[in-house]
Design a protein around this ligand. Structure first.
Ligand code: IPM
Ligand code: MG
Length: 354
């Protein structure tokens, strides 16, 4: 198993070091894996003038899976768009055809108290957001800032989805739901947007191939509200790139912290890039404050989806549960009565629990 390790910026290198430590511990136990690291994002821009250098893209292409940290930082915010760290992430997704983004939001019983919602609302919640990742307004052309006749500037982006793009992500959603509680909610803005109208039609067509899965549709504004009102009504949510970006951040907070949530971005053959759903958190970078669990859980998803190592993935997840049950908490999930630990200590604890 050849893994490209791309730590990135901000807390990226700190959290990645913990996930690598966990994978090394498993390698000692006989798991055959090879890891190679490369710069990406702002780190790559600083070193090579390009957020996604050709060598990094090649490493990612040649690998069987990619473990990604996070990219971005204040000092890059004023760069031209093509040089910004986020372009590395978007470029990898697009170049590698990673169109299916799976973002599970599951509440660990130990962390119910860390959520800002009442325990009875979130406890037992287990949602999977299937977000389309290579289309929509993120990539639609034309886009830009132009000068109008009256002299003022106008910014514009294009939301677009082809039938085949909707169809393949709908299949990802239905397949995922079929393996879970068999409920799929497709989220769109069909009351306003043409793109969403087509989205809804295509998803409804695909549903005929999955008679065992109950399909429902919801407008995105309502979905944002329902996620807070009664998150347990959802099993799998399938949605477009931008709605999925927003709803998955919202869903993450139901679980207590965005620092807990892993994700998988898969191509048509289940080759994948695995990353925490949180960002580079420059405000806490280098302070040993970041929660490495989302990255460690991303490594578990990698073993499960790209390498068919369900058993080993389960071992990592169990180790995380054990560490939480012992009361260890990084600051983002700390509550009185638990033990506050740093990034490194949390990683060590997971390795010890393995
Ligand atoms: C995410 C992030 C990215 C996105 C950014 C960093 C480009 O927010 O993975 O959710 O918008 O997709
Ligand atoms: Mg996001």
């Amino acid at each position: 198993m050849k893994i490209a390790v791309l730590p990135g910026d901000g807390i990226g290198s700190e959290i990645m070091a913990q996930a690598v430590k966990v994978l090394r511990a498993l390698a000692k136990d006989g798991l055959k894996l090879e890891m190679e690291e490369a710069p990406v994002g702002g780190a790559a821009y600083d070193a090579l003038g390009d957020p996604l250098p050709a060598a990094t893209l090649k490493l990612a292409r040649d690998a069987d899976a990619i473990l990604f940290g996070a990219v971005g930082g204040w000092k890059y915010d004023t760069l031209p768009r093509a040089k910004r760290p986020e372009q590395a992430l978007l470029g990898l997704r697009k170049e590698l055809g990673l169109f299916a983004n799976l973002r599970p939001a599951k509440v660990f019983p130990e962390l119910v108290a860390a959520s800002t919602l009442r325990p009875e609302v979130v406890s037992g919640m287990d949602i999977l957001i299937v977000r389309e990742l290579t289309g929509d307004i993120y990539f639609g052309q034309p886009r830009g800032v132009r000068k109008l006749e009256n002299g003022e500037r106008e910014g514009f982006d294009t939301m677009r989805y082809s039938e085949s793009e909707v169809r393949r992500i709908a299949h990802s959603g239905f397949r995922a739901a079929a393996k879970r509680a068999k409920k799929l909610c497709s989220v769109d803005k069909c009351n306003v947007l043409e793109t969403s109208q087509l989205w809804r039609e295509v998803v409804t067509e695909v549903a005929k191939e999955y008679p065992g899965v109950a399909l429902s549709h919801m407008y995105v504004d309502n979905a944002a509200m329902q996620l807070l009102r009664d998150p347990k009504q959802f099993d799998v949510i399938v949605t477009g790139n931008m709605f999925g970006d927003i709803l998955s951040d919202e869903a993450s907070m139901l679980t207590g912290s965005i620092g807990m949530l892993p994700s998988a971005s898969l191509d048509a053959n289940n080759k994948g890039m695995y990353e925490p759903i949180h960002g580079s958190a420059p405000d806490i970078a280098g302070k040993d404050l970041a929660n490495p669990l989302a990255t460690i859980l991303s490594a578990a998803m990698m073993l499960r989806y790209s390498f068919n190592q369900d058993g080993v993935a389960g071992r990592i997840e169990d180790a995380v549960t054990k560490v939480l049950a012992r009361g260890l908490r990084t600051p983002d999930i700390y509550s009185p009565g638990t033990e506050k630990v740093g990034t490194v200590q949390m990683g060590d604890a997971v390795v010890a629990a393995l």
